[in-house]
Design a protein around this ligand. Structure first.
Ligand code: UFG
Length: 338
């Protein structure tokens, strides 16, 4: 029988790509979102890509336990992938309670629903400034530098503790994402940042299209080869596929521990300047950029050791950074109606 996966926050950037890949892999999907940080653009795109007009969509807030109960009584859910959360680092510093309330309560409500399989979207931010790179899942977590980062760590702990206490009734997977970038090759879904983008690639594409005047590269005096920060940029479709492998492992009863943790990255460090240069080259354009002071809170260098996900999930990042940067640009052009 077909299994049903609930994607909370499924109308957003990562959630919409995951919905596409789950449907392609033969799962039924229920999408739920409160639409606080997106519109229906991506959900409409998902329907076009999959050719499925009938994907159930529930507009709801996971902080509302009555709404969560109603959702779980309406649908028979085999697994939840939880994305519904606030994600702006700077905003979380200014409004910590907003972040703690929303990100923690919504996740606890999901766990209280009693669903036996829960996958949580964590982040490489839990590693802070790592002493050694690449980081493995065993690398120590560092104290979070923002309330946003702290909610990721606390949710990881909540899931670990709840799995432990469940006596085998609950299985959990924590996926620690590195830097997700790009868009679906169809250019029908992608990232839709509200206001001025915080993240590098949306800022690059908006500068290239003329929405922003100039990209500031934050810091060129880091102890790296070209002086700019190193990150592990993971293609959004590759990242989405990792969720399918992880959910399959849960639902097929293949897990070796109650709660498993995986890095989702390429294992390949790329500097900010390299990324900018690659964007210019593959899309055959010139980007207006300048070097600016370091951004507070940025780590110098972090990239993944993805061996565990490669071996246990059977997943591997496949798309080149060049193809990913082409897809990011195609999405920006699509948004501009070009
Ligand atoms: N950068 C620029 N200019 C910009 C934007 C970013 O030079 O306009 C640089 C940053 O300094 C950094 C790199 O590009 O060196 C990547 O920055 P992003 O903001 O795209 O990504 P981060 O690595 O800072 O963010 C990641 C995750 C977040 C998480 C954060 C925690 O995407 O979800 O790490 O530090 F919260």
């Amino acid at each position: 029988m077909k299994k049903t996966v609930l994607v909370s926050g499924g109308a957003g950037f990562i959630g919409s790509h995951v919905t596409v890949e789950l449907i392609a892999a033969g799962y039924d999907v229920v999408v739920a979102d409160n639409m606080s940080n997106c519109d229906l653009t991506c959900f409409e795109g998902v329907k076009k890509i999959t050719g499925r007009e009938d994907i159930p969509f529930v507009k709801m807030d996971f902080c509302d336990m009555d709404a969560v109960r109603r959702l779980f009584s309406q649908y028979s859910i085999d697994a939840v992938i939880h994305f519904a959360a606030f994600k702006a680092v700077g905003e979380s510093v200014a409004e910590p309670l907003k972040y703690y309330k929303n990100n923690l309560i919504s996740f606890m409500n999901i766990l209280e629903s009693g669903c036996p399989n829960v996958l949580f979207s964590s982040s490489a931010t839990v590693y802070g400034e790592p002493e050694q790179v690449p980081v493995t899942e065993q690398s120590p977590r560092q104290p979070a530098t923002s309330p946003y980062g702290n909610t990721k760590q606390i949710c990881e702990d909540i899931l670990q503790d709840t799995v432990k206490a469940s006596g085998g009734a609950l299985r959990g997977i924590l996926l620690r994402y590195f830097n997700p970038i790009g868009a679906h090759p169809s250019a029908l879904i992608g990232e839709l940042p509200r206001g001025v983008p915080n993240n590098l690639v949306p800022f690059i594409t908006q500068t290239a299209i003329g929405k922003r005047e100039c990209l500031s590269i934050f810091g060129n005096d880091y102890p790296t080869a070209d002086g700019t920060c190193l990150r592990d940029y993971i293609d959004i479709v590759d990242l989405a596929k990792a969720h399918v492998y992880a959910v399959r492992r849960m639902l097929d009863g293949k897990m070796e521990q109650g709660c498993e943790v995986y890095n989702v990255g390429t294992g390949r460090p790329v500097s900010v300047l390299e990324l900018v240069n690659a964007f210019e080259k593959v899309n055959n354009l010139k980007l207006n950029y300048k070097f600016a002071p370091r951004r507070a809170g940025d780590v110098t260098a972090i990239w993944a050791d993805p061996t565990l996900a490669n071996e246990k999930l059977g997943w591997k990042a496949e798309r080149s950074v060049e193809d990913t940067l082409k897809s990011a640009w195609a999405w920006e052009l699509h948004l501009a109606g070009k």
